[in-house]
Design a protein around this ligand. Structure first.
Ligand SMILES: NC(=O)c1ccc[n+]([C@@H]2O[C@H](COP(=O)([O-])OP(=O)(O)OC[C@H]3O[C@@H](n4cnc5c(N)ncnc54)[C@H](OP(=O)(O)O)[C@@H]3O)[C@@H](O)[C@H]2O)c1
Length: 113
């Protein structure tokens, strides 16, 4: 059975490179993105061209209220594409840099990074 890795924020940057590296090791990948769906679909196409399965899913890691919906969509994707109820590896990469003095950093800034 193929291993499945979920790489958050893999539509570009380090996450994309991680997803492609995992693909070359022989695993399938769930690609998540925040807003750049087209970039995520391009990564999916690259993974498929390497002979593995992949799917792109929207996820905002800064909004925990959206996690239950993501879990439901993830369960459906796992069942439909892999006929499984779980995945094997999580790479928690999503985020962005935000330069601000520690004492002035807000909770909202912290959550989005
Ligand atoms: N690059 C560095 O030198 C460096 C250094 C230290 C730490 N890091 C950390 O490593 C990670 C990747 O860095 P990177 O340079 O590759 O970043 P990047 O090129 O800006 O890519 C960020 C990725 O995270 C996604 N993303 C951004 N905000 C998100 C949110 N709120 N919820 C879900 N996904 C979100 C983006 O999705 P969209 O494409 O849809 O926007 C994209 O896939 C980040 O967590 C960053 O803080 C990077």
């Amino acid at each position: 059975m193929s291993k499945i890795a979920l790489v958050t924020g893999s539509s570009r940057g380090l996450g994309r490179n991680t997803a492609l590296s995992i693909t070359r090791q022989g695993a399938d990948v769930i690609v998540t993105y925040h807003s750049r769906a087209d970039d995520a679909e391009r990564v999916v196409a690259e993974i498929e061209a390497l002979g593995r399965k992949a799917v792109a899913m929207q996820l905002d890691t800064g909004t925990t209220a959206g996690f239950p919906d993501f879990v439901e969509r993830l369960r459906a994707v796992l069942d439909t594409i892999w006929q499984r109820q779980s995945f094997d590896h999580l790479v928690n990469n999503a985020g962005h840099g935000d330069a601000a003095p520690f004492a002035e950093t807000t909770e909202a800034q912290f959550d989005t990074c």
